[in-house]
Design a protein around this ligand. Structure first.
Ligand SMILES: [Zn+2]
Ligand SMILES: [Zn+2]
Length: 480
């Protein structure tokens, strides 16, 4: 019992004024834990114990058993019961609902601490009915402040880059603020609904849904774990687990149900959510990615032959109409990406030989080293070569003068050595004017014959089937 004005200890004082500050007081204005306070008759000193509600005497007015005078509680002298410390006389209050008596910040911090460390006690101190609005206010305030550190960096950096005045930045800010303010309500709204539904389906409970929502709101204290800016993200799993455990203990105490039922009820929503997200990934996202990947792989030869063909033309235009001695030159002149030559199959790079190295190492070497390797590869080709292979492509451009060539001449043929079972029915071919064409696989032999007729008219030796040209065996012109 302390003076409400100056906090002076008022035990053992007969007068009804604080000796320190003069403020008047009455014992009935205080609450005590029952039996913790001894009331003494002001006339004879007889002891009485406060066993009633709020630790008061019951009744408050009576005749003293020793001196027989009529006395009332408010005129008696109060002492601590022997063996009781002052703290033990204090009635414990739910700090959040007791905000008028301590500062707002202290009430908030105490509620967070109690919600995390002894959630069952916090729930016991919270009246079963009413005060749901204040529970929501606690949850929103705590969760919003705790997630500020995690959300702000995500928003601030993009806005700094876009510029803070643009409409897009304002829109992002608006969305972020809205999400920041509303997420606790959305999460607790859904979570509480699932939790109470499971409780309702599995038997008796002490209170209505409001009590379950109180538990979900006050257990949100655990969100402070993820409050540290930037680092908080890494603690989020911990705060989520803590929130679940606190909520289970609060639901168990608050609704007076078994621990198992409380756990089943509280965990129903997170488990369903996890299952839903997993299903979404397995049945929607992964097939979508697979389809996209397949489309890329299927389209790769068509796209890449166009790239190779146009790079050949660029090379020829810069070298008086002549094709490179070996196709690996294209990688540094004019700069064809090496993976184009293996249809974006990165694993094939290391399996594609270029002189005494492979395309993987070649693609990362210095330009000087690349030039030396490409020259060695060109030198290694037979003098009468008509076609050589590099990766998935067979180059048929030897001897063609691009400046005066018939635009129908084949310069490169897309012909992977190991054709995939599902590959499309066409063979893709680059032409001397830098464009491409496709020939049905079924009639390729006829197309090759027509091409050789065209080559003959241009004074070029005939081609064998380009699909049979390997890295080790370039095609050569027939003797004579
Ligand atoms: Zn005082
Ligand atoms: Zn007495």
């Amino acid at each position: 019992m302390r003076c409400k004005t100056c906090d002076y200890r008022l035990w053992g004082i007969l007068g009804r004024e604080c000796p320190e500050c003069g403020a008047s007081f009455l014992p009935s204005e205080f609450e005590f834990v029952p039996n913790s306070v001894r009331f003494c008759c002001p006339h004879c000193g007889q002891d009485y114990y406060g066993t009633g509600p709020q630790g008061h005497l019951s009744p408050a007015e009576f005749d003293c058993v020793r001196c027989n005078r009529h006395i009332c509680m408010d005129e008696m002298t109060l002492f601590l019961t022997t063996g009781v410390e002052e703290e033990q006389t204090l009635v414990e209050r739910m700090p959040w609902l007791d905000r008028g008596r301590v500062s707002f910040f202290r009430a908030w911090m105490r509620t967070i601490l109690m919600g995390m460390v002894s959630p069952g006690r916090l729930m016991r101190l919270t009246p079963g009915e009413g005060s749901l609005g204040r529970a929501w206010w606690f949850a929103t305030l705590t969760s919003v402040v705790a997630s500020l550190g995690a959300v702000l960096p995500v928003v601030v950096f993009p806005v700094l880059m876009i510029g803070s005045r643009s409409g897009a930045a304002l829109g992002m800010w608006g969305l972020a603020v809205l999400g920041l303010l509303l997420w606790p309500t959305v999460v607790i709204g859904l979570w509480g609904a699932f939790t109470h539904a499971v409780l309702a389906m599995t038997g008796q409970r002490a209170f209505g849904p409001g009590r379950t929502y109180q538990a979900m709101c006050y257990s949100a204290a655990a969100n402070v774990i993820s409050a540290p800016p930037c680092l908080g993200v890494y603690f989020t799993p911990v705060s989520m687990v803590w929130w679940c455990v606190s909520a289970i203990l609060m639901v168990r105490g608050g609704q007076r149900v078994s621990g198992g039922r409380a756990a089943a009820a509280v965990l129903s929503f997170p488990l369903l959510l996890t299952a839903g997200v997993t299903c979404l990934i397995v049945f929607v996202a992964i097939p979508g990615i697979r389809t996209a990947q397949r489309a890329v792989v299927t389209a790769a030869p068509q796209v890449n032959v166009a790239l190779v063909s146009s790079n050949l033309l660029i090379y020829a235009q810069q070298h008086r109409g002549r094709a490179p001695g070996h196709a690996s030159e294209l990688v540094y002149d004019p700069g064809l990406p090496a993976y184009t030559l293996v249809d974006n199959d990165w694993t094939a790079l290391a399996k594609t030989p270029v002189a005494n190295t492979d395309l993987q190492q070649f693609s990362t070497a210095s330009t000087a080293a690349q030039r030396a390797t490409a020259q060695a590869a060109a030198k290694a080709l037979p003098a009468n070569v008509v076609a050589h292979r590099l990766g998935h492509f067979v180059f048929t451009c030897h001897g063609i003068d691009f400046n005066n060539a018939d635009p129908g001449l084949w310069t490169v043929v897309s012909a992977p050595e190991k054709r995939r079972a599902s590959s499309d029915p066409n063979v893709y071919i680059g032409l001397a004017n830098g464009t491409t064409t496709s020939v049905p696989r079924a009639t390729f032999t006829q197309s090759l014959a027509a091409q050789n007729a065209l080559r003959a008219s241009q004074g070029l030796p005939p081609l064998p089937d380009p699909r049979r040209v390997t890295h080790t065996q370039p095609a050569t012109a027939p003797a004579g």
